[in-house]
Write a protein that binds this ligand. Structure first.
Ligand code: NAD
Length: 350
């Protein structure tokens, strides 16, 4: 196993590892451990080259710092990528070697599953390192927890805009009804919201249509739906130069990561009078759930922490108003403040 240190401005450690025998090509990026050991999943993807993998891991690791800090967790931000085709290149030997690579960091980086890796992979990695969460018998599927936090965040936004968090009669357009989107639709439907949904997968659409009386539109139309809330639960960068003028909603609040193509789109939403709930704040339920494994998993305390998401959103909205800045800029500032004060709130934090 050859480990190379890749110095990178603004990151605590960036290391690459290659092991010709098992075919392992991986990069671990530790962005910030001010609040605790860095936690973030391992993505396995067929990147076109090492530069593309590095760019992705740096972006993702930084994002984890922000998400964990905003969630009140005492963990830092880190992420890892394995370069390769999950079908052809993944093997037990490779994952065991990858576990050894993680182990060299002595707990500064703790991994979990992400795109291209599974709970089963985490079980294999656990054989060579203890610094892994999301293993069998652990915290389980994060999606219902992410959906619950997103649902609470939507209610908080609705209260801000309409003066009541009542969802009955509100029209909510959900883009993507996969793991999180489906669970979110269920919670919204139970409260009487009228759903408009879209997905590339017709089986998923049929299920939501029949179970929750949802109106189905095309993947293009979902952006233009006249609605109270647009909830992106599929892709990143969905609010961009082209789509931003197509919106007919009062609120953008969903589970997708990196909803805004660029920070400026948060400012434009603000100018258009559309309330944007920052993605990494509203979608932290899954991270809160998996991070709880670090102290011995307890679903009750996970739910309590997720119920704090609305509180954080309210603080961020107040900050945005007071400083006349976009809500995404306010969220970033909220995180920076927490990092610089290294504050730990008794019951809330790990
Ligand atoms: P998923 O893959 O289960 O679901 C995504 C769905 O979006 C799929 O059904 C897919 O067909 C659909 N989709 C893709 N492109 C689309 C398009 N153009 N229009 C409409 N639908 C489209 O993923 P998920 O786990 O439900 O995650 C959804 C989003 O939430 C992702 O952005 C993910 O990064 C984010 N997120 C998920 C979690 C979690 O706990 N799973 C946590 C935090 C953030």
């Amino acid at each position: 196993m050859n480990i190379k240190i890749l110095d990178h401005k603004d990151f605590e450690h960036v290391l690459s590892c290659s092991d010709p025998e098992t075919g392992l090509e991986a990069i671990i990026a530790i962005h910030d451990t001010t609040l605790g050991p860095s936690l973030g999943g391992t993505r396995m993807w067929q990147y076109p080259n090492k530069e593309a993998a590095l760019k992705d891991v740096l972006r993702l690791a930084r994002g984890m710092t922000f998400k964990a800090a905003a969630a009140g967790l005492n963990v830092g931000g880190g992420k890892a990528v394995i370069i390769g085709d999950t079908k052809k290149d993944k093997s037990e030997q490779m994952l065991r070697m990858y576990g050894k690579f993680i182990d060299t960091l002595e707990g500064q980086y703790i991994t979990a599953e992400d795109v291209g890796t599974t709970q089963n992979d985490m079980d294999v990695i656990r054989k060579t390192t203890e610094y892994v969460v999301g293993i069998s018998g652990g915290s389980g599927d994060p999606s219902p927890f992410t959906a619950y936090g997103t649902y609470l965040g939507i209610k908080t936004a609705v209260k801000e805009v309409y003066g009541t968090d009542e969802l009955s009669g509100k029209t909510i357009a959900v883009q993507g009804v996969g793991s999180v989107g489906y669970q979110l639709c269920k919670l919204l439907y139970q409260e009487g919201a009228q759903l408009v949904v879209s997905d590339l997968d017709n089986t998923k659409i049929s299920k939501v249509k029949s179970e929750f009386e949802a109106q189905v539109v095309t993947t293009k139309e979902i952006l233009e739906v006249e609605c109270d809330v647009f909830a992106p639960c599929a892709l990143g960068a969905v609010i961009n130069d082209i789509t931003i003028n197509q919106l007919h909603c009062k609120i953008v609040a969903g589970s997708a990561n990196n909803v805004l193509a660029e920070d400026k789109h948060g400012t434009i939403l603000n100018e258009l009078g559309i309330l944007y709930i920052p993605d990494y704040v509203i979608n932290a339920g899954g991270l809160i759930n998996v991070a709880d494994e670090l102290t011995g998993y307890n679903e009750f305390s996970v739910m309590q922490r997720i119920r704090n998401i609305p509180l954080t959103i309210k603080k961020i909205l107040a900050l945005a108003k007071a400083q006349h800045i976009s809500t995404n800029a306010a969220a970033d500032q909220f995180v920076q403040d927490r990092l610089s004060s290294k504050s730990v709130k008794g019951g809330e934090a790990l």
